[in-house]
Design a protein around this ligand. Structure first.
Ligand code: FE2
Length: 203
């Protein structure tokens, strides 16, 4: 697997080329914090902490490779295709899976990312064996904001409100997303006998 320094360098190069946001730092704060959450949760679960941290840092790289809105792409698929193209299969998988806590989703739940992108993502997901690393990154991403303020939310509900407003996701789909997030949290808590909010110091 690529080292942290390699991914930081790659990310910065992609950002400088594409400039998908006004500032790189909202992005960086997000992925660093997702990596930190993923490492802490993984340590409590007895998983590989280093691997989870790298995955957390790398999971959103697709957002730097193309401009989602302008190019009508979906960052999960963009990141997946990029890491696949350089033989980084585990990083590719986490890029794709991080947005889908329930792989049996309906296309309309993610329609804002474009029907074709989501159909393609869904068909790849059917061939993937979801691991607890995927789940840890999914959950970490569900707790960490993207705008550089309140980067670690108090709870999943706060992050849902942010997603609803920032990405203009309809309320019904947010409720589905919230249910999936809670199911995911309970799955990890029961399997590893941990309390995720307590681990991270959130409520
Ligand atoms: Fe993310």
């Amino acid at each position: 697997m690529l080292k942290l320094k390699d991914i930081i360098t790659l990310s910065r190069e992609f950002y400088d080329k594409v400039k998908p946001f006004d500032s790189y730092y909202g992005y960086e704060e997000h992925v660093v914090t997702v990596g930190a959450c993923a490492s802490i949760i993984s340590a409590a679960c007895g998983l590989d902490v280093m691997k989870a941290g790298i995955m957390g840092y790398a999971h959103d790289i697709g957002k730097l490779i193309s401009c989602e809105k302008k190019d009508k792409t979906f960052h999960g698929l963009t990141g997946y295709e990029y890491f696949k193209s350089i033989g980084e299969n585990e990083l590719a998988q986490v890029c794709l899976t991080h947005s889908f806590p329930n792989i049996n989703f309906k296309i309309e739940e993610y329609i804002s990312y474009g029907k074709e992108n989501i159909e393609k993502s869904k068909s790849i997901l059917q061939t993937i064996n979801i691991t607890d690393y995927d789940r840890v990154i999914q959950l970490s991403d569900l707790l960490v904001n993207f705008d550089g303020r309140n980067v670690l939310y108090d709870n999943i509900k706060g992050r849902m409100t942010y997603i609803e407003n920032a990405y203009n996701v309809n309320h019904k789909n947010i409720r589905i997303k919230y249910k999936n997030a809670i199911r995911l949290k309970l799955y990890l808590e029961r399997k590893y006998n941990i309390n995720i909010y307590k681990l991270l110091g959130v409520k």
